[in-house]
Design a binder for this molecule. Structure first.
Ligand SMILES: *Cc1c(COP(=O)(O)O)cnc(C)c1O
Length: 387
């Protein structure tokens, strides 16, 4: 199955899409074509589109086809990191263009949009996209892109992708969804009307906390052409070995996401009943304010990200992080191992205190990236850390 055949199931595509046994040797795994350049038969005559690896490379192409297939996209482009994939989309814009950005977006995204592209005269408005009126009011004459993440980070708000896309298209803007928290196994933004899906493949797609990478997936040939030109011209392409590692990772994506979601659901339920926990935010809980929308938009599970408010404020939150034994205190998410972090001190420290307060990022807030260890062990670890 070399084609990204969308008629096959997710697991089959995860394992086979974009990859066939190597024609020259029969190698089952796509080789690591660790070559910067390729021999030409005569000037300008070379195999497929392989003249130089920044432009195209067989290992990277296999990954791009694989990721496109998983997102139900025609085209895929891989980048050196999630933020460089984001930057490629922003390079579509000109000075004076405007972006509507969801308010509790990944910190690095916020920084890139405001402090790098803001300097080039790209205007950005942050808005709570779960608030319909506020969202509509955020549009300007020059709005070209709507950018969102759902669930958001770290408060796990759910944004209605179909509704936002309809609204944005009516106003002449394209929609880019950062699908990093869900992976294509849990959520399909393109099918809901988005124009581009962005991933930090560093997270669930990679799944093993050993690669930094990014990707863009899309159906529109014109958008693909323009973004491919930017990929070639700016050159933030991934290394070939990293492409190989990611191809290996996506083969187990469906199985990992199932276990992340099972563990996430069980831990969220258990934490909600814990006497030392004030409140748990998890899209799979009936208590989540947008649980009904989450069920619709994330039909295959709710993933491994849990946010909780512990009783006892900063002191208690800190002591919880210091006491864990299986969970590791670290930034990042989406790996097979469970991680715990304090957004106020760690991932969201760069968000100004008043904005943190508005977003609900209080001192007692703790974020978990639930891995695929045995859930009983994770429970016991959290229990002793909360006591
Ligand atoms: C990590 C992350 C990014 C940035 O990706 P890098 O691979 O670290 O550059 C973007 N969006 C989300 C939601 C992330 O979690």
């Amino acid at each position: 199955m070399s084609e990204a055949s969308s008629s096959k199931g997710f697991g089959t595509r995860a394992i086979h899409a974009g990859q066939a046994p190597d024609p020259s040797t029969g190698a089952i795994m796509t080789p690591i074509f660790q070559s910067a350049t390729f021999a030409q038969e005569s000037p300008g005559v070379f195999k497929e589109d392989y003249d130089y690896s920044r432009a195209s490379n067989p290992t990277r192409k296999a990954l791009e086809k694989n990721l496109a297939s998983l997102e139900g996209a025609e085209f895929g482009l891989c980048f050196a990191s999630g933020v460089s994939a984001e930057a490629a989309v922003l390079h579509l814009l000109k000075t004076g263009d405007h972006v509507v950005l969801c308010d509790d977006v990944y910190g690095g995204t916020n920084r890139l949009f405001h402090r790098v592209f803001g300097q080039l005269g790209i205007e950005v408005t942050l808005v709570d996209m779960t608030d319909q009126d506020a969202f509509e009011a955020a549009f300007c004459e020059n709005t070209k892109v709507v950018w969102l993440e759902t669930p958001t980070n770290p408060t796990l708000k759910i944004i209605d992708i179909a509704k936002v896309s309809e609204e944005a298209h009516a106003k002449g803007a394209i929609v880019c969804v950062d699908n990093t928290f869900c992976s294509p196994y849990l959520q399909s933004p393109l099918a809901l009307g988005a124009d581009i899906v962005c991933h930090s493949t560093t997270k669930y797609m990679g799944g093993h906390s050993d690669v930094i990478g990014g990707a863009l997936l899309m159906n529109d040939p014109d958008l693909h052409e323009r973004l491919k030109f930017i990929q070639l011209s700016v050159g933030a392409v991934p290394g070939i070995l990293d492409c190989f590692l990611l191809l290996r990772s996506t083969k187990t994506l469906h199985v990992r996401m199932q276990r992340h979601s099972e563990n996430g659901m069980q831990l969220a339920r258990w934490l909600e009943a814990h006497p030392n926990v004030e409140r748990v935010l998890y899209p799979g809980l009936e208590s989540h304010p947008q649980h009904a929308l989450a069920r619709e938009q994330m039909p295959n599970g709710f993933g491994g990200m849990i946010t909780l408010y512990v009783k006892g404020g900063l002191a208690k939150a800190k002591s919880m992080l210091e006491k864990v034994q299986i969970f590791t205190i670290a930034e990042s998410l989406g790996g097979v191992e469970s991680l715990i972090e304090h957004p106020g001190i760690m991932t969201h420290a760069s968000v100004p205190p008043d904005q943190r307060e508005k977003l609900g990022i209080s001192d007692s807030l703790v974020r978990l990236s639930v891995g695929i260890e045995d859930v009983e062990d994770l429970m016991a670890d959290l229990d002793q850390s909360l006591s």
